[in-house]
Design a protein around this ligand. Structure first.
Ligand SMILES: [Zn+2]
Ligand SMILES: [Zn+2]
Length: 273
């Protein structure tokens, strides 16, 4: 029986087939990596049967993760609004428990993804909620491994998907690297959901800006300034990154300014070392 094979290093799902793909372009790219043991694959069903949903609040938003951790280890976030719910970023696992929980909370209007590392099982996720659109930036179209009617490409710099819920293209880590702004969150002060585009640091008091996290390749000055400019004029108090516990609890805008300045300053100083 054809099945969707998943890359065990990045969690990307491929179109149903009898045998796994030869390689994973996402992992061969310098922003990911191929493990020393080589490219590994698992059928979707085997991954699903070997994992359970890990559901917990991470700051203000309900997080959905996997136990045990799998591939990159990110968690998705459920953004609930009076006009409908958005699932931000994806994890490879989708099971009955998660679908019933989300349906019980009002279902999903759409899924939105920050960048190709979290495309994962986008086709299965869309189908489980009646074929809802999966919003991804058109600049990263070439990285989509499982095309289909679920893919809803968007273009430009900003897109309001529900009242007060806006996609912002920052670029950087990927050309279409996107963050999500939720205006009414954080008690009306605003929240940013940042994926890997602004990488929340372990102390939850700063951001890293990298082209490649596994290979430690930082973004250059122009790219970091572009991220800062893309977020101009937006109020945000909290910033929730891609991994459990990575939540900047306050002063998000000041943390951004500090993080950009130190990154740019060091790029300049390190040129003389
Ligand atoms: Zn991969
Ligand atoms: Zn990434």
């Amino acid at each position: 029986m054809p099945t969707s094979f998943l890359c065990t290093a990045c969690g990307t799902g491929y179109p149903p087939a009898e045998t796994p793909p030869k390689t994973c372009p996402i992992c061969r790219d310098e922003r990911q990596y191929v493990p020393p043991s080589g490219q590994g694959w698992t059928p979707f069903e085997a991954m699903r049967d070997g994992h359970r949903a890990l559901i917990a609040y991470d700051g203000e938003f309900l997080g959905l993760g996997m136990a045990p951790s799998f591939a990159i280890g990110e968690r998705a976030l459920l953004v609930r609004t009076p006009a409908g719910n958005i699932l931000w970023d994806l994890i490879p696992l989708i099971d009955r428990a998660m679908v019933e929980l989300i349906d019980g909370l009002g279902g999903l209007a759409a899924i939105a993804i920050s960048h190709p590392h979290y495309y994962t099982t986008m086709a299965e996720w869309s189908e489980a909620f009646g074929g809802i659109p999966v919003l991804t930036h058109a600049a990263d179209k070439a990285w989509i491994q499982r095309p289909g009617p679920h893919v809803a490409l968007w273009e430009g710099e900003r897109r309001e998907i529900l009242p007060g819920v806006t996609l912002i293209r920052c670029g950087g880590h990927f050309a279409g690297g996107t963050v999500l702004h939720v205006a009414d969150a954080a008690g009306g002060k605003g929240a940013l959901l940042s994926g890997d585009i602004l990488q929340v640091t372990p102390g939850c008091d700063g951001f890293g800006f990298m082209r490649s996290y596994p290979h430690y390749i930082p973004l250059g000055q122009k790219a970091v300034r572009r991220i800062e400019a893309a977020l101009d004029g937006l109020a945000f108090e909290t910033v929730t990154g891609a991994f459990w516990g990575r939540v900047v609890p306050q002063d998000g805008r000041a943390v951004l300014k500090k993080s950009v300045e130190r990154h740019v300053r060091w790029l300049g100083e390190s040129a003389d070392i």
